[in-house]
Design a protein around this ligand. Structure first.
Ligand SMILES: Cc1cc2nc3c(=O)[nH]c(=O)nc-3n(C[C@H](O)[C@H](O)[C@H](O)COP(=O)(O)OP(=O)(O)OC[C@H]3O[C@@H](n4cnc5c(N)ncnc54)[C@H](O)[C@@H]3O)c2cc1C
Length: 567
């Protein structure tokens, strides 16, 4: 079909007249859409339609009135720290994907830098998700999402042991609220088999009642997926990055890639707000900005669209009412772009309800809409022990999606030393260790053409987490406090975080430098009072421990100062 036929098809699909200004062209085996449409919804639907034509990628430059093209926010600082340096590998993006790749590559004797534009890791999508290590049942069979999810699921448990962070494997129950769902069980089992999901079985209504007594309503049985797990997504990202740093990787925060220089088909220089440096290979793990980074490399052959999702967080200990992850069947059926969400008990014991999924512009727009919260509140009814009074907060995250709705993980077809890891929507967290393994092979393969790559002789396979005093048995806690009284001085009363733990997190391999950074590492401030009581105390400790004036401390870097001096 030629481009003019495709254009007509597209206009019909969008119910637009044939005089409408939309142009189609081809570039790098991809299709490029330009011109104007009336709504964001039309823009996204145009991209999906174009993806059905079988091109390698879809570049969607359609404009929507009053929705400007987004540019990366200005960096907060400028200096020359990285000027003139040389690296073998530069990884762009300090989310779980970049961190997992950095750790994987640290096993090789290479000079590696991970750059992140924010003042901490896991600030964006990797710190704004459900923490579920999906079983792999929901991803469409044959996709990269299904493949990496199942592999990643198997890798996370031993990896968490090495990283010294918590991993729970409660398994997931997809409930059958009506007889009809029971009839779908053979098709569900066939899908699980196709995806290679580890173990699944039908649970009778009696078994569901016995093993999940708080489930509300008359359930007609359930599909049980025992491999589903859960971890703390920000602790996992930090642990991966810290393990990489302990094995020689440099993590450079507040470092934004602003442009890329090429000689022929190779990238040579990376220009950032902290200086220009060279790299032999660049890994694009820039999350919601991965298409922007590809464009900087003169390699724009895919675009991302954003799918926001909202979650509710319930009081700690609500998790005690539930033994498994519970899926909400009506959501599961109604929205093909989400795995449907559910009730997930976090490793800390809170219940997370969600996520929702809706298309909206805004790569870093984390606003929440009342209708999302209302939608999720209805699903609290799945567990008889839950109600709205237990909600302590809600948050949104933004999934970076390609128009073919699959991960894009490959060496660039155009630029010899660039690897893209883009469109890592859900189940990106679950897939991260498997993605990192494959990207590691791709990078070493590229490097082997220009240098000898040897294993790092001094590689340490294990990392030690800072103390989590609340998790210690009571006797061990007493002994610790006797020897080190600061672990007995409770600063955050909601989450029982001690002064000693706050001091510790300011001295790890990737230390906290902001109030949010302390919260991510210790949970101080993440309880019901949202830091109302502990914020001044945490700031005092940060100030004295790092010799930083109070007025220089920020909530999340940049100019997010918390207090001002009187002068
Ligand atoms: C609501 C919600 C719930 C989810 N639940 C789950 C779940 O339960 N299980 C699961 O498996 N997946 C889940 N996901 C998906 C998962 O969170 C993502 O797949 C994953 O976090 C993506 O990680 P990332 O590293 O690619 O992106 P990010 O975490 O966004 O990291 C990319 C980083 O790149 C940085 N960056 C961008 N441009 C530049 C630049 N020019 N210079 C320097 N740095 C740059 C950004 O600042 C960012 O920190 C969920 C997603 C959402 C939104």
């Amino acid at each position: 079909m030629n481009l003019s036929h495709r254009r007509s098809q597209l206009l019909n699909h969008l119910h637009l007249s044939h005089t409408h200004e939309i142009e189609l062209s081809e570039r790098f085996n991809s299709i490029v859409l330009e011109g104007q449409v009336q709504t964001w919804d039309q823009k996204v639907r145009a991209g999906w339609k174009a993806a059905s034509w079988g091109y390698h990628g879809v570049v969607n430059h359609l404009q929507v009135p009053e929705i400007p093209e987004e540019t990366i926010p200005e960096p907060a600082i400028t200096d020359a720290t990285l000027e003139g340096r040389e690296y073998d590998v530069c990884i762009v993006g300090g989310g779980v994907i970049g961190a997992a790749i950095a750790r994987e590559l640290s096993q090789w004797d290479l000079k590696i830098i991970l750059v992140e534009k924010e003042s901490d890791l896991a600030v964006h999508t990797s710190g704004r998700n459900d923490g579920m290590i999906h079983d792999g049942f929901a991803a469409p069979p044959g996709t990269r999402k299904a493949h990496y999810n199942v592999r990643g699921n198997r890798l996370w448990e031993p990896l968490c042991r090495d990283l010294d962070i918590a991993f729970h494997r409660p398994g997931s129950l997809v409930l059958f609220p009506a007889r009809f769902y029971r009839l779908l069980y053979p098709a569900m089992a066939a899908r699980a088999r196709k995806n290679g999901v580890d173990g699944w079985e039908y649970w009778s209504p009696r078994k569901v009642r016995a093993l999940e007594p708080q489930v509300a309503g008359e359930q007609r049985g359930a599909l049980f997926l025992p491999s589903a797990g859960v971890l703390s997504p920000y602790k996992a990202t930090l642990a991966l990055a810290e393990h990489a740093v302990e094995n020689g990787v440099l993590v450079s925060l507040n470092t934004q890639v602003q442009s890329l220089e090429r000689e022929g088909n190779r990238l040579t220089h990376i220009q950032t707000n902290r200086g220009t440096f060279r790299t032999r290979v660049l890994v694009n793990a820039a999350g919601n900005w991965a298409d922007t980074l590809a464009a900087m490399a003169g390699d724009e052959y895919f675009s991302l669209h954003q799918r926001r999702g909202t979650d509710l967080v319930l009081d700690r200990d609500t998790g005690k009412s539930q033994n498994h992850i519970l899926s909400m069947p009506d959501l599961l059926q109604s929205n093909r772009m989400t795995k449907g969400g559910g009730l997930v008990v976090t490793t800390e014991g809170n219940m997370i309800v969600g996520p929702t999924a809706f298309e909206a512009p805004g790569r870093e727009d984390y606003s929440t809409r009342p209708e999302e919260v209302t939608l999720l509140a209805k699903h609290l009814r799945l567990n008889k022990a839950l109600d709205l009074s237990q909600v302590i907060t809600y948050f949104s995250g933004v999934r970076p999606c390609t128009y073919d709705e699959d991960f894009l993980i490959e060496p660039s077809p155009q630029v010899a030393n660039l690897v893209h890891v883009a469109g890592i929507q859900s189940p990106g967290l679950a897939s991260a260790p498997a993605i990192a393994q494959d990207v590691g092979i791709m990078v070493v393969d590229i490097l082997n053409r220009v240098m000898e790559v040897k294993p790092r002789a001094s590689w340490h396979p294990r990392r030690k987490s800072p103390l989590d005093v609340r998790a210690l048995p009571i006797e061990a806690r007493h002994t610790l406090i006797q020897d080190h009284p600061s672990y007995g001085a409770i600063v955050c009363r909601c989450e029982e975080v001690s002064e000693g733990e706050i001091r510790d997190c300011l001295h790890t391999a990737v230390p906290a430098t902001t109030l949010d950074g302390v919260k991510r590492r210790t949970r101080a401030g993440s309880g019901r009072c949202h830091g109302g009581f502990c914020t001044p105390r945490v700031m005092d400790i940060m100030s004295s421990e790092t010799q930083t004036p109070l007025e220089s401390l920020t909530k999340k870097g940049g100019n997010s100062w918390i207090c001002r001096s009187r002068s």
